[in-house]
Design a protein around this ligand. Structure first.
Ligand code: AMP
Length: 370
C-alpha cells in the first residue's frame, strides 16, 4: 500500500500507533475488538500501551531507521498525541498513510494557526492576539483587556504554558516567566460551562458526532465529564455543527475533539471554540461504556476505511478521572453499583497523572466510593 492510496484495511491488518499512553492503549484494544492488530511506537519503555499489543517499537521519534522499520510493519499509521514531530510524520508519510494527515498536525500544534483557522471558518473564539515580546504583550493587553490568558503557542497541555493576567499584574515579569517568544494572548472567557464535541469523519466525508459532553476541571485537569451536556438542544446542535465544519474543512480522517466554552450573553447562550485536539480525547472516555460505539472504535473504523458507526448513547453517563493517588481507591470503586472501572496500568501515581477512570451509566453520579 502506498502512502497516498485510499486506505481500506482487511481483518488482520495492522494499525501503527504513535504514542504509548492510555489513549494508545485504548485504541489498540479497540483495534483488537475489530479483528485488527496494533503496533505501538513510543520512546518510553514503561508505556502502558505496550502491555496490550504483541509488537511494539521503543525508540525516539528522531530515530529514522526505527520509524522506517515501524512503517514497514504496519498498514496505516495514527497517533494518540498532537505533538508528533513534523520530521517523524514526514518519514512515516513517505511510506504509509498517516491519518489524520499532515495539515491537521500543522494546524493544531500551534494555538495561533489553530485560532486563525477557526476564525476563517466564521466560528467564534475568545478575542486573541499574537505576542512575541513584552512590548507586544503590553499592546495586546491594552486592546483585549484584563483578565486575559497568556499561552505558549506550542506544547501547552493541562494548563501548562499558561498564565492569567489580572489587574495590577506585572506584564514584564509574566512575559519573562513564560519563557518563550511565541505566545498568544486570549481574552478570559467568563464561561457558564465547558463542553466538548467528539466528532468522527471518514475519508469519504461522512461525519458522526457523539452527544455533547460537559466537562469539569480541577487544577486545570479534566476531572468529570457528563453526557449529555445540560444545554439547550439548539446549542448542542450548533456545537456539533461547528465540530463537523472543522473536521470537513481539515479534510479530517479519524476522531477529533473540539473543546468549547458556553457563554451566556444578553442575546442568549453561544459557544466559542477553545481548542481542537486531533485525536481521541479524555472527554470522550464515557463512550467506552455509555454508547453503542466508543470514540476509540470510531477512530479505528475511520482510519481503516470502514463505515463509521452511528453511536447511540445508553443513558445519562458520567466519567470520573482517577488522578494521581486517587487510583489507590480502585478496589472501592469496583464495588460501586453500576460503575465500570478502567485502570491504565501506569507505574507511579504522580500528582496530576491520569491513572484510570470510571464510567457510570444510567443513574445519577454516585459521588464515588463510600
Ligand atoms: P487549554 O489548554 O487552552 O485547553 O486551557 C485549559 C483550561 O484553562 C480550559 O479548559 C479552561 O478551563 C481554561 N481556559 C483556557 N483558556 C481560557 C480563556 N480564554 N478563558 C477562560 N478560561 C480559559
Amino acid at each position: 500500500m502506498t502512502a497516498t492510496a485510499p486506505v481500506t484495511l482487511k481483518i488482520g491488518d495492522t494499525i501503527g500507533i504513535l504514542g504509548g499512553g492510555q489513549l494508545g492503549r485504548m485504541l489498540a484494544m479497540a483495534s483488537a475488538r475489530l479483528g485488527l492488530r496494533a503496533q505501538i511506537f513510543s520512546p518510553d519503555p514503561d508505556s502502558p500501551a505496550f502491555d496490550v499489543v504483541q509488537a511494539s517499537t521503543c525508540a525516539e521519534y528522531a530515530d529514522v531507521e526505527a520509524l522506517e522499520l515501524f512503517a514497514g510493519d504496519v498498514d496505516v499509521i495514527t497517533y494518540e498525541f498532537e505533538n508528533v514531530p513534523a520530521a517523524a510524520a514526514a518519514v512515516l508519510a513517505a511510506r504509509r498513510p498517516v491519518l489524520p494527515g499532515r495539515t491537521v498536525l500543522e494546524t493544531t500544534q500551534d494555538r495561533l494557526i489553530e485560532k486563525d483557522f477557526v476564525t476563517r471558518l466564521g466560528i467564534g473564539t475568545a478575542a486573541y492576539a499574537d505576542v512575541t515580546s513584552a512590548e507586544q504583550l503590553r499592546a495586546a493587553v491594552a486592546r483585549i483587556g484584563r483578565p486575559a490568558v497568556l499561552k505558549t503557542r506550542r506544547f501547552g497541555y493541562d494548563g501548562k504554558g499558561q498564565a492569567m493576567i489580572r489587574d495590577g499584574d506585572d506584564l514584564d515579569r509574566i512575559w519573562e516567566e513564560l519563557g518563550t517568544r511565541a505566545a498568544i494572548l486570549e481574552a478570559f472567557v467568563p464561561f457558564e460551562r465547558e463542553i466538548s464535541v467528539i466528532a468522527a469523519r471518514s475519508a469519504d466525508g461522512q461525519v458522526e458526532c457523539f452527544d455533547v459532553t460537559e466537562n469539569e476541571h480541577r487544577d486545570h485537569i479534566l476531572k468529570i465529564s457528563r453526557a449529555p451536556a445540560a444545554i439547550p438542544d439548539t446549542l448542542a446542535d450548533e456545537a456539533r455543527r461547528i465540530a463537523g465544519a472543522i473536521a470537513s474543512s481539515l479534510d479530517y480522517v479519524g476522531v477529533l475533539a473540539v473543546e468549547m466554552f458556553v457563554l451566556v450573553e444578553a442575546g442568549g447562550p453561544k459557544v466559542l471554540v477553545n481548542e481542537i485536539a486531533p485525536r481521541v480525547h479524555n472527554s470522550g472516555h464515557w463512550t467506552l461504556d455509555g454508547a453503542s460505539i466508543s470514540q476509540f472504535e470510531q477512530h479505528i473504523r475511520a482510519i481503516a476505511g470502514w463505515p463509521l458507526g452511528k453511536p447511540v448513547r445508553h443513558g445519562p453517563v458520567t466519567m470520573t478521572n482517577l488522578i494521581g493517588d486517587e487510583i489507590n481507591d480502585y478496589s472501592r470503586w469496583l464495588t460501586v453499583r453500576g460503575a465500570t472501572v478502567h485502570i491504565y496500568g501506569k507505574g507511579v501515581p504522580r500528582p496530576g497523572r491520569k491513572m484510570g477512570h470510571v464510567t457510570e451509566v444510567g443513574g445519577p453520579h454516585s459521588k464515588g466510593p463510600a
